[in-house]
Ligand binder design. Sequence first.
Ligand SMILES: Cc1cc2nc3c(=O)[nH]c(=O)nc-3n(C[C@H](O)[C@H](O)[C@H](O)COP(=O)(O)OP(=O)(O)OC[C@H]3O[C@@H](n4cnc5c(N)ncnc54)[C@H](O)[C@@H]3O)c2cc1C
Length: 407
Amino acid sequence: MQAQRLRIAIIGGGIGGLTLALALQQRGLAADVYEQAPQLTEIGAAVALSANATRELRRLGVLESVAAASTEPTELIYRSWQDGQRIAAHPVRNGLRYQQRFGAPYYGIHRADLQRVLSTALGGAGLHLGHRLHTISDQGDAIAFEFNNGRSIEADLVIGADGVRSVICEWVTGGEGVTYSGTSAFRGIVPASQLPTLPDPQAIQFWMGPNAHLLHYAIGGGGEDVNYFAVMEGPEAWRDSGSMAEIEPGRALQAFKGWHPAVTEMIAAVPHHKLWGLFVVRPLLQWHRGRALLLGDSAHAMVPHHGQGANTTIEDAITLAELLAGTTASGLDAMMAHYQSLRRARTRKIQRSSWATNALLHLPDGPALAARDRKVAAFPEDFAWIHEFDALQSARSGQPSGMALAG
Ligand SMILES: Cc1cc2nc3c(=O)[nH]c(=O)nc-3n(C[C@H](O)[C@H](O)[C@H](O)COP(=O)(O)OP(=O)(O)OC[C@H]3O[C@@H](n4cnc5c(N)ncnc54)[C@H](O)[C@@H]3O)c2cc1C
């Protein structure tokens, strides 16, 4: 059987599923994407895209459309929780420093805008909305699955791009993947004009304090909105069956009592009725079983402190598309093992590093702050290995440590 005739099914039309479908389409391979939602609209959340992803979006021909809906931060700034003191600042858009160093831009974008750009480029080909996967069965050289709308499908390969609570991950691992991180969050989007006390509203900023931090950056073509994400330690255990739990009014503000007015103003600007539990996928030994393969959060969901969940998902998609383009049905097992070997070590390293950063961002006032301050001052070069990575080059060379090609 020729690669072009492989029946490829992607479960999940999120960032990973859509990027993979587009990358496959550009390599002459058709895939069907099955998304549970009736429409591709994620409300109230944004994503920061770093060079390891934007260089791939440029190759996919969508970077201009992404740029039109994005804001490039002026600087990356670390601040103290109470007095707002600037602990460290690194230029991003200023002096074009980030692009010059990493060969591609850094953008903040609303998630719905990113999904719109990707699905527009895809042209709706093979996108099936309102399909929630519930059952999978191994057919040897194929895989069969059923959706809650009654449809049954068979494919030569199914890719689980179905996020952190993945049905495919459960099937591949026997249900061992997802676990609560012990941290939770509130998020919101506020017009920049409603934040009079916020210094440097066009920067990406971390406000670091005891047991919590708040991260924000501007989004929209002109930086008109500020997206924020406030993370706290606890609750110790997550009792809700989903990732969101109801909270009483005022709980969010209470958690940041005594913080700088820019932080409390931002939290107070959005009504918070829900607390968001941060779930991760434990480092998995195996990313595939039979003809099912994992991609993105289903394989390596991480705490968001390096802002790398979506970026590594885009890396996965490019790697997989490039490997699949040269594969026939008889080569699928070897291709899946190769994909796993290229992606597992890197994503594990980023997962671990994101988790180590959690403690650094949540230190109480005291002598340990001096070491923290030295670390955040060195962050851009310490984490250059994340941003300079080139997924396409890694897939082509077969080396897990792809370094960016020029430009
Ligand atoms: C608060 C927060 C902030 C973040 N900020 C950043 C950031 O700044 N930068 C960054 O790189 N990453 C960030 N991330 C991580 C990023 O959002 C994820 O890593 C990324 O969305 C993963 O892409 P994905 O395609 O694997 O999953 P998703 O984008 O979650 O997509 C999964 C899709 O699968 C669908 N689906 C689920 N189950 C089924 C089913 N049974 N049948 C059919 N469809 C199904 C869902 O509806 C969804 O559309 C953040 C994460 C969080 C929690």
